[in-house]
Design a protein around this ligand. Structure first.
Ligand SMILES: Cc1cc2nc3c(=O)[nH]c(=O)nc-3n(C[C@H](O)[C@H](O)[C@H](O)COP(=O)(O)O)c2cc1C
Length: 161
C-alpha cells in the first residue's frame, strides 16, 4: 500500500455526503441507532439501499444479527445534534430523541427529511466493515428542507448554484 490510512481518509472525505441515522431494536427490544454517511441507493426494482457498519461498532452485531428490520433516517441541516448524539459514546442516545414506531415496530426518527423502512436483504463482507443491503418496504418524505451534509470531516450545509 503506497498511501497512509490518514491520506486515504482525507481523500475519501473529499466526497461530500448526506448524513443519516440508522435505527432498529435489538433482540430484547431496546432501541439502537448509529450515525452513518455510507448510505447509498443500490437498485430501483427491487428497491434496495445499503450502508456499511464497522465491525468494531457496538451496534455491528445488532445490524448483522437476528433482527431483520431497520430504518434509515436522512437528517436535515437542523438535526446536527442528532448526528452528534448517535455517533457519540453517551449513555442514552435516545433521551430526548423523538421517534415513532414504524409498521414493523422499529423506531423512526421524527423531523428527518426522509425515512426508508427496510428489511435486511443481504450482508456482505466489507473488510473492517459489513455492508448491509436493505430492501425498502416503505418510504416517507418529511417537510421540505435542506439536508445535513458531511465533507472533509466536518458537517456542512447545502449552497445551491
Ligand atoms: C458523519 C459521520 C458518519 C459516519 N458514518 C459511519 C458509517 O457509515 N459506518 C459506521 O460504522 N460508522 C460511521 N460513523 C461512526 C459511528 O457513528 C460511531 O463510531 C458510533 O459511535 C458507533 O456507535 P456504536 O459503537 O454504538 O455502534 C460515522 C460518524 C459520523 C460523525
Amino acid at each position: 500500500m503506497s498511501f497512509s490510512s490518514r491520506h486515504f481518509r482525507d481523500c475519501l472525505g473529499q466526497f461530500a455526503t448526506g448524513v443519516a441515522v440508522v435505527t432498529t431494536r435489538n433482540t430484547v427490544g431496546q432501541k439502537v441507532g448509529i450515525t452513518i454517511n455510507s448510505f447509498s441507493s443500490v437498485s430501483l426494482e427491487p428497491p434496495l439501499v445499503l450502508f456499511s457498519v464497522a465491525r468494531n461498532a457496538a451496534t455491528h452485531d445488532v445490524f448483522t444479527g437476528d433482527v431483520q428490520h431497520f430504518c434509515i433516517n436522512v437528517l436535515r441541516s437542523s438535526q446536527k445534534d442528532l448526528a452528534e448524539r448517535f455517533s457519540s459514546p453517551i449513555e442514552d442516545r435516545w433521551e430526548e430523541t423523538g421517534f415513532v414506531d414504524n409498521g414493523h415496530g422499529m423506531p423512526a426518527l421524527i423531523g428527518n427529511i426522509s425515512t426508508f423502512s427496510c428489511v435486511r436483504h443481504a450482508v456482505h463482507d466489507g473488510g473492517d466493515h459489513s455492508i448491509i443491503v436493505g430492501q425498502v418496504n416503505a418510504v416517507e418524505m418529511g417537510e421540505t428542507g435542506d439536508p445535513l451534509l458531511y465533507y472533509g470531516g466536518a458537517y456542512a450545509q447545502l449552497v445551491r448554484f
